[in-house]
Design a protein around this ligand. Structure first.
Ligand SMILES: NC(=O)c1ccc[n+]([C@@H]2O[C@H](COP(=O)([O-])OP(=O)(O)OC[C@H]3O[C@@H](n4cnc5c(N)ncnc54)[C@H](O)[C@@H]3O)[C@@H](O)[C@H]2O)c1
Length: 416
């Protein structure tokens, strides 16, 4: 996500999109509520042309329903939005975001609008865009959206360039994000994507998880919870040892390939499943990728090995038939399976990540002048604040350290 100040004009190239006429406040007031016409509400409104490139504005009703559903699970963002509505910390800023265009993202960008920002949004993956969500954002919520599901590669990159014409600030690497988003969110939703695409029974199956990082451990945990026998592959000895001590079997991919019935890559690297591994797999092996890019499974090698390809044997499932008749099932064309075949992370998970990003933007807006150039870490206090908001929403209380405890923890004079 990037932020630019002040918000004078859309970024270069922005005007190339299809303009969408949306009810928008005259001046910098909060965005119109869904369904609010130009005359609704006490403030004077004008019709404002918002640049956009979306599939079909007529999908806005379905998108609004989807966004409203995600809002219900977004307790953190709702609390942040209330704060933003009164404090307007993003007044005069233009925020450009490159994110999966889903209902959960919509809750975030609505929150940024409530803080006073103009928002430009491009899809971070060509297959994950929800066209109905994009339509609602562009036509009802005053967001400049550049996202259409299934666009070709040049259009995908054009959309990103149309939006990301600003200096970049990274707001993605926080403790809450790693834990809730990568581990719990990916863990559940990757399994969800595989089940939706195949309806396979995981109990008793041998599931190979490549990479035991934040995402891989979540996937491995959930697969095991459903009764699968999980094998982990790793290149990092510490992570591999962690997996062994968690009771998982660790093998090199070459040894795991003939054993696995479901393969899930979550490494952030390329060719983790390569030609030799594919050639050794069992009939019916399912291949799914949870990593960000479609490079973890060597798709060119898979295509090269196939004597026949049966695309769409189920939705998001393509069958590659090898010369000896074995069938390998590739899910979601090797792209992020949880976003393509399911709906990405549950809204409650994205609520935490996006709540953090919204607060980071508020912090940036207040502190930008004093910050030296470069990429900055998210202040630890914001991470803790997000966790506190979520705990409050869950009505979960925790202990406060006493003064004696604080002194003890901060000192090396006590104890023996
Ligand atoms: N699908 C989603 O919703 C989602 C969410 C967050 C992150 N991601 C993506 O998932 C990927 C992993 O993210 P992470 O946060 O778990 O990263 P991470 O760095 O915590 O973990 C990656 C792990 O993969 C291991 N690894 C690297 N190359 C390997 C190889 N050839 N074989 C086996 N293991 C290998 C690393 O040693 C590391 O332990 C990234 O591409 C990330 O962008 C996806």
């Amino acid at each position: 996500m990037t932020v630019s100040e002040p918000a004078a004009a859309p970024p270069a190239g922005q005007r190339a999109g299809t303009p969408v006429s949306a009810a928008a406040p005259a001046g910098a007031g909060p965005e119109p509520e869904p369904g609010a016409g130009a005359a609704a509400g006490p403030r004077r409104r004008t019709r404002q042309v918002i640049p956009a490139d979306i599939a079909d504005p007529a999908l806005a009703d379905a998108g609004t329903a989807r966004i409203n559903w995600a809002e219900r699970a977004s307790q953190v963002l709702r609390q942040v939005r209330e704060r933003f509505e009164s404090q307007r910390p993003l007044e005069g800023l233009t925020v450009a975001a490159c994110l999966h265009v889903t209902a959960e993202t919509a809750v975030l960008v609505r929150t940024l609008r409530a803080g006073g920002a103009r928002v430009f949004l491009a899809a971070s993956n060509p297959l994950s865009t929800q066209d109905d969500t994009a339509a609602a954002l562009a036509t009802r919520y005053g967001i400049a959206v550049f996202a259409r599901a299934g666009v070709d590669r040049p259009t995908y990159y054009r959309h990103i360039h149309q939006v990301l014409d600003f200096p970049v600030v990274a707001a993605n690497d926080t403790a809450t994000m790693r834990l809730f988003d990568n581990t719990h969110g990916t863990g559940q939703s990757v399994i969800d994507g595989i089940l939706r695409a195949t309806n396979t029974l995981l109990a008793g199956k041998t599931v190979v998880v490549a990479g035991y990082g934040a995402c891989g451990r979540g996937v491995a945990d959930r697969a095991r919870g459903l009764g699968a026998q999980v094998i982990v592959t790793e290149i990092d000895p510490v992570r591999a040892l962690d997996a062994v001590l968690a009771g998982l079997r660790v093998l090199p991919m070459a040894a795991a390939a003939p054993l696995g019935e479901v393969f899930i890559t979550a490494t952030g690297s390329r060719d983790v499943i390569s030609a030799g591994h594919l050639a050794a797999m069992r009939d019916g092996a399912i291949l799914a990728n949870a990593g960000h890019f479609d490079v973890e499974i060597d798709l060119r090698a898979l295509y090269g090995l196939a004597a026949e390809v049966n695309a769409g044997v189920r939705q998001h499932t393509d069958e590659y038939v090898l010369a000896d008749g074995r069938r390998l099932l590739l899910l979601a064309e090797g792209r992020v399976v949880n976003l393509v075949a399911a709906e990405g992370h549950p809204a409650a998970v994205m609520d935490l990540s996006f709540g953090c990003q919204a607060l980071v933007l508020g912090w940036l807006a207040a502190n930008a002048a004093g910050l030296p150039p470069g990429v900055h870490d998210v202040p630890g206090a914001i991470d803790a604040e997000v966790a506190r908001l979520e705990l409050a929403a869950m009505r979960t209380e925790i202990d406060e350290p006493t003064q004696d405890q604080q002194e003890y923890l901060n000192s090396w004079h006590h104890g023996s």
